[in-house]
Write a protein that binds this ligand. Structure first.
Ligand code: PSU
Ligand code: MN
Length: 303
């Protein structure tokens, strides 16, 4: 067995009930303890409130798991040695018997393998500023170009080069639509300052695009539903610009590279905005999880 799907999730998939995949990197490496465990539970509860089954995904002792029980979720939130796993790390973690939280790329891959079509997260990874020097582009983008899944997110993390990331998504052939907006959301901010070509306004419209993807039978790529954080819950744009600038400089000064960059920047923002970035991040994720559950319901109902 290479993949363990929990009984509840397996049952929901088999009977055609709505399921929402949730990633675990945000829990283990994107949020401070002990708030991270509360959030992990809260997100699962939010999926259930909308009538869908949550499937949080992680690797524990070398076993990729889709749907975690109470103790497994606690391990992801609290265990010291939990690694950060992109999709390329999965075979290494399995063979080593290692435990790790899955990023968007690894979560999307495992969710699709399990037969789950809808996935909610905070913000996607993408092209980092300074890309010309570091060549740092998240593996999220390449994986979403070849995985048939719908990702509900608040755009891409604003610590990134947003227009370059949008361009890469276009080049890679990944479909992107704003949800209830013509503006591409900016993760902590409702508007990244960039437009988006397509707009969808209801879960049924999203489900229709998913069906059209399958009917057309092109490359097995994802659909990104970019759902903005409500304007009254966004991070103050002035604070965002100032603190992000400091965070990027601190990251460079600390010599952080590779997988460490995103957690470093997110953590810096939390500490230097008095937690305001955390609240905006959580508001975005909450909105995405609720919408993903409604999309999964529309998809399951054949809308
Ligand atoms: N969204 C959040 N917080 C996070 C992430 C997303 O609100 O911590 C994670 C996701 O798992 C995403 C990862 O895949 O950050 C990107 O990391 P990298 O830039 O190293 O690819
Ligand atoms: Mn990276």
């Amino acid at each position: 067995m290479v993949l363990m799907v929990s009984e509840e999730v397996r049952d929901a998939i088999a009977t055609g009930r709505p399921v929402v995949a949730l990633e675990s990197t945000i829990i283990a490496h994107g949020l401070p303890r002990p708030r991270n465990l509360q959030v992990a539970r809260e997100l699962e509860a939010a999926v259930r409130r909308e009538g869908a089954v949550p499937a949080t995904i992680a690797v524990l002792d070398g076993m990729p798991r889709v749907g975690l029980d109470k103790e497994q979720l606690e391990r992801v939130a609290n265990e010291g040695g939990i690694r950060k796993l992109g999709h390329r790390d999965l075979p290494l973690a399995v063979a080593a018997g290692a435990s790790g939280a899955t990023t968007v790329s690894a979560t999307a891959l495992l969710a699709a393998l399990a037969g789950i079509r809808v996935f909610a997260t905070g913000g996607l990874g993408g092209v980092h500023r300074e890309w010309t020097v570091t060549q740092d582009e998240s593996a999220d983008l390449g994986l979403l170009a070849r995985t048939r899944i719908t990702v509900v997110c608040a755009g891409v993390k604003s610590i990134l080069d947003v227009p370059a990331t949008l361009q890469r998504l276009e080049t890679l052939g990944v479909a992107v639509a704003g949800y209830g907006t013509d503006r591409f959301p900016g993760f902590y901010l409702s508007d990244s300052g960039h437009p988006v070509d397509w707009r969808l306004d209801t879960p049924e419209e999203v489900a229709r695009v998913m069906r059209a993807q399958d009917a057309l039978g092109g490359p097995e790529s994802a659909l990104i539903v970019a759902n903005p954080v409500p304007e009254d819950e966004q991070l103050d744009p002035g604070t965002h610009a100032r603190v992000l600038d400091e965070a990027l400089r601190a990251c460079e000064a600390a010599g952080v590279t590779g997988q460490g960059v995103t957690p470093f920047l997110l953590d810096h923002l939390v500490r230097h905005t008095d937690g305001a970035s955390l609240e905006a991040n959580l508001a975005a994720v909450r909105g995405n999880v609720g919408l993903a559950a409604r999309v999964a319901a529309a998809w399951a109902a054949g809308a």
